[in-house]
Write a protein that binds this ligand. Structure first.
Ligand SMILES: [Zn+2]
Ligand SMILES: [Zn+2]
Length: 501
């Protein structure tokens, strides 16, 4: 499949812990691959992440068109002896929301359901952690997770919508009612294993689904549906974008998931993430004897070096919240043969899709210039872009309030310069994707061997379960609190109106 060749794109380099401006009017105007409702801006008059901060603590200042960036890196990876220290928790920045009429009863049922499932979820997590699989090859995770969901009496569809490792588990109660979507990621990184902690995401999705089911069954008069998707290929391949295009999210009223990261103990973030464009470039030259007749060759490796140098120089002029990084690979390279082929894979990132389009074009110029300089033929391939993450402000506020008041988790609005294919989902329907901290060692954040180790620890599991309980309660509110859901939907619709204006 073509998408097997696309670029890594997950929430890597998590939590650079800078604060950056979010200009609502500069969000993407690009149409979604699926529906015209997908592109929009943060709505005027609604809560933006920056607005959630108290005025006197806002880290950004704006004067006319000048933006000031806060370069501080005020965070800790949280050693184990810091874990779960109540006194060091951050204050929540978010106003309280009015409680759901069913919330108190549901809360205890959700807690109970997840406490009961805790050990089996831990075992499930370790199984996936111990069998890391890369993009679109999550066969063991697919089989293990679907078997678990079947055992929990969910209706399971394996190999969902033509993707061999995608799956769906659903539960319906009554007729009609709202549908909550949940995502479980499963993929790992080549050579690093579960260095992004997707084993934790996988069991969080499962946990939310079984907890919500328990809460719904205690309220049999409520009609509702739970749809848990096993979403492959987040690190590369954009599995969710493919599932979105194929209609997997169409029936959902909202969709929720979470992602682990380094960070302060017992903290979470509801900030945004960068939009990202993957670019694959191939240079085709002509081989020759490097000693005997190098003038007869056309050197594809030279093209790759020139491209790398050009982009490195571009980096001097790019904005501090943009990113570009790439790797080079070849075939049959020998020092005594002029290489006739080189391939590079690049990722360009920017805070909004509009900014990304301009920036990715500058990267492409460097890649094409290298071909011109060397006389190589060039082939460029752009994959589906990942959109920046638009956290639904009403869902985010509810989650942060629950996480703080019931589970002692402090939520910040810090954004990350990494990217996720869930960004595209967040433009198609109301969505929430909090990041949450697990203890790891210094310089042991996402996409490191240390983080892979951290993703298998008891402390990481405990953090995952706490976030899972919080998300389950927000999901329950989507299903059962019409006034709340109307606010969720209104904020989403308003954002689309702003996008078109
Ligand atoms: Zn990742
Ligand atoms: Zn990840």
């Amino acid at each position: 499949m073509d998408h097997l060749e696309v670029q890594p794109g997950c929430l890597s380099h998590f939590f650079s812990r800078k604060t950056r401006p979010r200009n609502p009017t500069s969000r993407s105007q690009t149409k979604s691959p699926l529906e015209d409702k997908s592109s929009r801006t943060v709505e005027k008059g609604s809560i933006t992440t920056d607005e959630l901060l108290p005025t006197d603590s806002k880290p950004l200042e704006k004067t006319d068109n000048i933006r000031y960036f806060n370069p501080s890196c005020n965070f800790s990876y949280g050693s184990e002896d810091e874990w779960w220290i109540e006194a060091e928790q951050l204050p929540t920045y978010l106003p309280k929301t009015s409680p759901s009429t069913h919330a108190s009863g549901a809360s205890s049922i959700i807690d109970q359901a997840l406490n009961q499932a805790n050990q089996s979820l831990r075992a499930l997590s370790l199984k996936i952690h111990g069998n890391p699989e890369t993009t679109f090859h999550e066969n063991y995770a697919h089989d293990t997770l679907t078997a678990y969901m079947e055992k929990c009496s969910f209706k399971v569809t394996r190999h969902y919508l033509g993707l061999s490792t995608a799956w769906k588990a659903e539960y319906s109660q009554g007729a009609g009612g709202r549908v909550i979507g949940i995502n479980s990621e499963m993929d790992a990184l080549p050579g690093l294993g579960h260095a992004c902690g997707h084993n934790l995401i996988a069991i969080s999705g499962v946990g939310i689904a079984i907890a919500l089911r328990a809460a719904l069954e205690a309220q049999p008069q409520i009609s509702a549906k739970i749809v848990l998707l096993g979403t492959p290929a987040e690190e590369s391949g954009g599995g969710k974008v493919i599932l979105l295009e194929r209609g997997a999210y169409r029936e959902m009223d909202a969709c929720i998931m979470c992602h682990p990261s380094a960070g302060l103990p017992h903290s979470a973030s509801i900030g945004s993430s960068n939009a990202m464009q993957s670019i694959e470039v191939e240079y085709f030259g002509h081989s020759a004897h490097a000693g005997g007749a190098p003038w007869e060759g056309t050197n594809a490796l030279d093209a790759a070096f020139i491209a790398y140098s050009g982009i490195s120089m571009l980096r001097q002029q790019m904005k501090p919240d943009h990113r570009v990084h790439g790797v080079v690979e070849g075939r049959n390279w020998l020092p005594n043969v002029i290489p006739d082929y080189a391939k590079m894979r690049w990722l360009a990132r920017a805070p909004t899709s509009d900014e990304l389009i301009l920036f990715a074009k500058r990267v492409q110029n460097c890649l094409e210039a290298a071909a011109l300089a060397t006389g190589c033929r060039v082939n460029l391939k752009l994959e589906n872009a990942y959109f920046d993450l638009h956290q639904n402000p009403v869902l985010a506020q509810d989650f942060a309030d629950i996480a703080a008041s019931q589970y002692g988790i402090a939520t910040t609005t810090t954004s990350t310069s990494a990217s996720t294919d869930f960004g595209n989902i967040s433009y198609a329907l109301p969505a929430l994707h909090p990041a949450f901290a697990i203890p790891t060692e210094p310089n042991g954040g996402n996409h490191t061997a240390a983080f892979a180790k951290a993703a298998g620890t008891e402390a990481a599991h405990a953090a995952t379960i706490a976030i899972t309980k919080s998300l389950a309660l927000t999901g329950y509110r989507v299903l059962t609190d019409t006034h709340f859901f109307n606010r969720v939907q209104a904020s989403f619709e308003q954002s689309k109106i702003v996008a078109k204006s």
